[in-house]
Design a protein around this ligand. Structure first.
Ligand SMILES: Cc1ncc(COP(=O)(O)O)c(C=O)c1O
Length: 363
């Protein structure tokens, strides 16, 4: 099978991880942690950066650090991987699900504004599949209503909105380095911020809520959300190759677009952002065609993914339904993620495109 994604682990990664293991610094202290935190935050362009155990804990840490609690409302898009919704629920706050924009597949800023109430404390913007939300409008809304903005940038590492990296606009940017992401640390995550107070709070909460100057004195109920030095060693090596990963993703996207736009709706390319195509995605005509195409490609040895399900349709979240999710439902029913690994060969891409072409010729 041609996989949807596959990590690209090179000799440098093995060398650094080997070095980390041999150093004896196998837990969450060690040179690679500080090197990775310094390197990654400067890549994103924020003053502070904090490694975490994964992307979900990065989101939970960010929400906890800004004080999200029971009774608060946090607006989250209805079409997303589930983590940001769950992170709100972990704090006993209420996720308010918002429809998405049909072009960017990210949160619809007009509908978002209508969902703001006196209880709204924050917006979690999810930059989907390498795309970017409308950050100008989001930041205007933030100022107008005095809200926090958390950017879930797990899927859009390296994407620039008007030449500024995503994850550096909001109060906190959250990232994931799961094995299928643009770069990986195995499991792992990251929080970026320019806010000193939020950074200090996230550092404390990540480490059991322990007061930094007074070991074993806990001012807060914290967590162990730390990354290990071994994971950070992998991260340092991957970061050295991140520009290559991103340019390769863009190259793959350009090939797919050229070949496939005659048959399907191609992955959007926004006017204001330079996407990174974490998973190159297409839209079929309807739900039935989406399913048939996925099955057809599977039989040809090509693995794909359907899009995420709209959150408001799934059992634990049904009571969060606010009514109008027409684009979330529509895009979810038609979307397919194609193989997007940087290790795809030209022959692989041609084979995938020809297979899609043959599907449409037969239908
Ligand atoms: C948008 C988004 N947010 C959060 C996460 C969670 O990251 P992790 O799997 O590292 O917890 C993911 C994917 O894994 C994601 O796609």
């Amino acid at each position: 099978m041609i996989p949807v994604s596959e990590p690209d682990i090179g000799e440098r990664e093995i060398e650094y991880v080997d070095d980390a293991v041999r150093s004896g610094w196998v837990s969450s202290h060690g040179e690679y942690i500080s090197k990775f935190e310094k390197g990654f935050k400067s890549y994103i362009g924020t003053e502070y950066g904090l490694t975490t155990s994964n992307g979900t804990t990065a989101l939970h840490l960010a929400l906890s650090a800004i004080g999200i609690k029971e009774g608060d409302e946090v607006i989250v898009p209805d079409l997303t991987f589930i983590s940001p919704v769950n992170a709100v629920l972990y704090n006993r706050a209420t996720p308010v699900l918002c429809d998405i924009d049909r072009d960017s597949w990210c949160i619809d800023t007009e509908k978002l504004e209508r969902l703001i109430t006196k209880k709204t404390k924050a917006i979690i913007v999810v930059h989907l599949y390498g795309n970017s939300a409308d950050m100008d409008r989001i930041m205007e809304i933030k100022e107008k209503y005095n809200l926090y903005v958390i950017e879930d940038t797990a899927e859009s590492l390296g994407t620039e909105y008007k030449k500024q990296k995503l994850g550096s606009f909001g109060d906190v940017g959250c990232f994931s380095f799961y094995g299928n992401k643009t770069m990986t640390t195995g499991e792992g995550g990251f929080c970026t911020t320019n806010n000193d107070e939020i950074y200090q709070m996230m550092s404390i909460l990540r480490d059991h809520g322990m007061t930094p100057e007074n070991r074993y004195w806990h001012e807060y109920i914290g967590y162990n959300y730390r990354m290990t030095n071994l994971q950070a060693a992998l991260g340092v090596a991957q970061l050295e190759r991140l520009d290559y990963f991103i340019s390769r993703k863009r190259e793959i996207a350009a090939k797919y677009k050229k070949y496939l736009e005659a048959y399907v709706t191609p992955h959007p390319t926004g006017d204001n952002y330079n996407g990174t195509y974490w998973l190159y995605s297409i839209l079929a005509k309807d739900k039935n065609e989406m399913k048939l195409l996925i099955d057809f490609l599977y039989r040809k040895g090509i693995d794909t993914r359907r899009f995420f399900y709209p959150v408001h349709l799934m059992p634990p979240y049904i009571q969060l339904n606010k009514g109008d999710y027409r684009f979330s439902v529509d895009i979810s029913e038609r979307g397919i993620n194609l193989p997007s690994s940087v290790k795809l060969s030209s022959e692989d891409i041609s084979y995938i495109c020809e297979s899609i072409e043959s599907f449409y010729r037969a239908h």
